[in-house]
Design a protein around this ligand. Structure first.
Ligand SMILES: Cc1ncc(COP(=O)(O)O)c(C=O)c1O
Length: 471
């Protein structure tokens, strides 16, 4: 109950030229005052006549605002009694700001991003316009949960040509990215009695989080210079594995031909599933076809627009084995009834016009140049680090000497405005050697050089700190 017995004084400012009707402005001001507690439950509001006189507006404006707020439950009226703030209303104190999940650094070497400034906005806009101009009426309704037929056809053709997949548009499922594809699959595995999922060690940390979220136990399987250790996978006793055969993340290892064969044999022997994460193959100059092309009935292929175009697009595609496709289509349909249509139709047009391949060619060159600049800058600024660069792509891996603590280096770099990812983030066992995964795709050359210089300073501090503790 409010402390003021009579009508409370209301500080309401109305702007006649704001374009918003006066009764709506008044409603908003009162709603806001009630929500924040400035007008407490039970407080008496001025009569419509006196508030109208005070604000220089007609009485009808005030009664209309009061009526609306009574209908919404903020105010209450009783026969013959003054209008009051409803007794059941609870004031909500202003919410503290939520911390940003994406830290901002002046020089951000996190490996997730492609070159955002290089996104081909003009040609993409042409595709978006064409998509809406040409789309049939029912194409923009709630369509096939597998995705727009135009995109499934364009992708099946593109993936067959460029990635060597066996792609049938009927079995291709458009999703919101690799993450959704993996998440739907993990839930299906769990629901079908598979409790454990093998992942490469080290491997992309998000795979681990997604598998665990679905209730699967993660089984890390070691890698060597040829890729995943298949005998170790065999002895792990798992029935499904996620691999990045074209460009292992983060180490950059290419799954050797021998291992490809062995992996497929493993899957065939035990009626098992290989989940192929093909996140950036076209951005590598040294390319091999997708594993799925060799064994479409054992491999679930998942690709996405995240590295090829931009992750904000949230578009991906799955090529499930035919025995799994219905389950995934049905899971996708239950989850979100299919992906957003504009992006799908635009991507179909973009692929058909050859724009995707043009963009990828341009980006391959750009990333190779940026990689060379980063490697040269690291040699200059951090001569005692051994860069073991993956052959290609959007990031490199740098190993740290034993006496430099990875987390101290990350903290020191953050103080200098440099964002870094440690190799340990991508290790499930925590046993991988200390190191950094440095993305070079989203920074122009001068920024790469300046960032490397600051990293050199941060490194000297982190290494110096350890030496001081020892000394
Ligand atoms: C190994 C790996 N797989 C897949 C992706 C893409 O995931 P999504 O398509 O959900 O954006 C990334 C992006 O950072 C990645 O690093």
């Amino acid at each position: 109950m409010g402390l003021v017995k009579g009508p409370v004084d209301l500080l309401v400012e109305l702007h006649r030229r704001s374009g918003l009707p006066l009764h709506e402005q008044l409603e908003r001001a009162l709603r806001d005052a009630i929500r924040t507690g400035r007008l407490p439950a039970g407080a008496r509001v001025p009569s419509s006549r006196s508030l109208a006189a005070e604000l220089g507006i007609s009485r009808g404006v005030v009664t209309s605002a009061y009526d609306q707020l009574v209908a919404e439950g903020y105010l209450e009226t009783r026969q013959g009694a003054p209008v009051r703030v409803a007794r059941g209303v609870r004031a909500q104190p202003p919410r503290p700001p939520t911390p940003s999940l994406v830290p901002k650094f002046a020089y951000d070497f996190s490996p997730g991003l492609p070159d955002l400034a290089g996104f081909p906005r003009d040609s993409w806009l042409r595709s978006v316009r064409a998509a809406w101009r040409e789309a049939a009426l029912d194409a923009v309704g709630l369509g096939d949960p597998r995705g727009a037929p135009e995109l499934r056809e364009a992708l099946a053709d593109y993936l067959g040509r460029v990635r060597g997949t066996a792609a049938d548009p009927e079995h291709l499922v458009v999703c919101t990215g690799f993450r959704q594809g993996l998440s739907l699959t993990c839930r299906w595995l769990r629901a079908n009695g598979v409790a454990r999922l093998a992942l490469e060690e080290p491997g992309w940390h998000a795979q681990r989080l997604i598998a665990q979220e679905a209730g699967l136990e993660v089984i890390p399987v070691a890698l060597d210079a040829e890729g995943i250790d298949v005998p170790a996978l065999e002895s792990s006793g798992t029935d499904a594995v996620v691999v990045t055969p074209a460009h292992q993340f983060p180490t950059g290892v290419l799954l050797s031909p021998r291992r490809r064969t062995a992996l497929i044999e493993w899957a065939e022997r035990g009626d098992r599933l290989i989940i192929e994460d093909d996140y950036d193959a076209e951005l590598c100059r040294e390319r091999v076809g997708a594993l799925q092309g060799l064994a479409p009935d054992r491999v679930l292929y998942i690709g996405s627009a995240s590295k090829r175009l931009t992750p904000g697009m949230r578009l991906g595609w799955m090529l499930p084995p035919s025995w799994l496709s219905w389950a995934l289509i049905s899971a996708k349909s239950i989850e979100d009834a299919g992906s957003e249509i504009t992006g799908q139709l635009a991507l179909a047009d973009f692929i058909v016009r050859g724009e995707l391949e043009r963009h990828l060619r341009r980006m391959r060159l750009r990333y190779a140049e940026r990689r060379a600049v980063l490697l040269a800058a690291l040699r200059r600024e951090l001569p005692d680090l051994s860069a073991a660069p993956p052959r290609d792509g959007l990031h490199i891996v740098v190993h740290l000497p034993d006496d430099v603590d990875e987390s101290s280096l990350l903290a020191s770099a953050a103080r200098h405005g440099v964002g870094l990812e440690g190799l340990s983030l991508h290790s499930y066992t925590g046993n991988c050697p200390a190191g950094l995964v440095l993305g070079h795709a989203c920074m122009a050359e001068p920024a790469l050089a300046r960032g490397a210089k600051l990293l050199g300073t941060a490194y000297a501090e982190a290494a110096g700190g350890v030496n001081k503790m020892r000394g």
